[in-house]
Write a protein that binds this ligand. Structure first.
Ligand SMILES: Cc1cc2nc3c(=O)[nH]c(=O)nc-3n(C[C@H](O)[C@H](O)[C@H](O)COP(=O)(O)OP(=O)(O)OC[C@H]3O[C@@H](n4cnc5c(N)ncnc54)[C@H](O)[C@@H]3O)c2cc1C
Length: 240
């Protein structure tokens, strides 16, 4: 079956950092979306190939939870003047965007409330935040631990939101760790892999969801298997 084409209007653009924006889209056609936390949409983008413009699609994970069906949000990192991220970063309120329906298998797998480890680097937080907000919304009573790796203080965002979620649900904990912080930084330092190597112990029926660069996913996956997680309990989405 061909993928459903959707149309939406930009209703809000938030600059989160020097190179990350959150963009909110109000659905026009259809007027709402049914999706699972962790899925992505494929945005139609024009890119130049051999000197000619060509239509292409770029995947972007939905950062908002599936409970919000009429407005969806993306969180996009501007990359090397790439066509997809540049297009999204230039969008203004009132402009319309075409994309293909939500896709993807990076979604919550277990029905039973087992402990979950989430690991994100950069905008890999997008599908993971959607899952965390969803899990807290449905009040599943399970331990949720998030390690999020960013580079330095100027790359921080969503910290207040995560702190508010941790306040609301005592079973949710998070640590944002900076790989290149300034000397003044009081929070966690180092890469997510170092945190997991030192601090993480797998619980019974532990599940893990990883999203970000391939290098991080490979390293964390190996580490988690060494800590006793079966391959089938480690789910991941590679952004690049
Ligand atoms: C399933 C899926 C979901 C995704 N969801 C998101 C999302 O929610 N937010 C988001 O910002 N990106 C996301 N991406 C990445 C996104 O699809 C594009 O690859 C990215 O925006 C670069 O596209 P571009 O056209 O701007 O540049 P391109 O010319 O296509 O890529 C330029 C270079 O940037 C590298 N790159 C791609 N993404 C990143 C990144 N995030 N950080 C650093 N380098 C990168 C690529 O490997 C490439 O070498 C997702 C990718 C996948 C596969």
């Amino acid at each position: 079956m061909p993928a459903t084409k959707c149309l939406a209007e930009v209703i809000e653009v938030k600059r989160l950092t020097h190179d990350v924006k959150e963009i909110a889209f109000k659905l026009i056609q259809p007027d709402h979306l049914n999706f699972k936390a962790g899925q992505y949409i494929a945005i139609e983008v024009t890119e130049m190939k051999d000197g000619r413009p060509r239509q292409n699609n770029r995947p972007y994970s939905i950062v908002s939870p599936p409970e919000e069906r009429e407005v969806i949000r993306l969180c996009v990192n501007l990359v090397n003047s790439g066509p997809g991220s540049s297009y999204l970063h230039k969008l203004k309120v009132g402009e319309q965007v075409s994309f293909l329906q939500p896709f993807g298998y990076f979604v919550l797998k277990t029905e039973v409330p087992a402990p979950i480890l989430f690991v994100a680097t950069g905008t890999g937080i997008a599908p993971i935040l959607s899952m965390i907000v969803h899990l807290i919304h449905i009040n599943r009573q399970q331990e949720i631990l998030l390690y999020w790796g960013l580079r330095s203080e100027r790359d921080l965002y969503y910290q207040d939101l995560l702190a508010a979620l941790a306040e609301k649900d005592p079973l949710f904990r998070f640590e944002t760790t900076l790989s290149q912080p300034s000397a003044a930084w009081q929070g966690a330092r180092g890469r997510v892999t170092e945190k997991i190597a030192k601090a993480f112990e797998a619980g019974e029926n532990q599940e893990a969801y990883l999203c970000g660069s391939l290098a991080m996913i490979r390293e964390v996956r190996t580490m988690l298997m060494e800590k006793g997680l079966p391959k089938s309990a480690i789910h991941f989405e590679k952004f690049f």
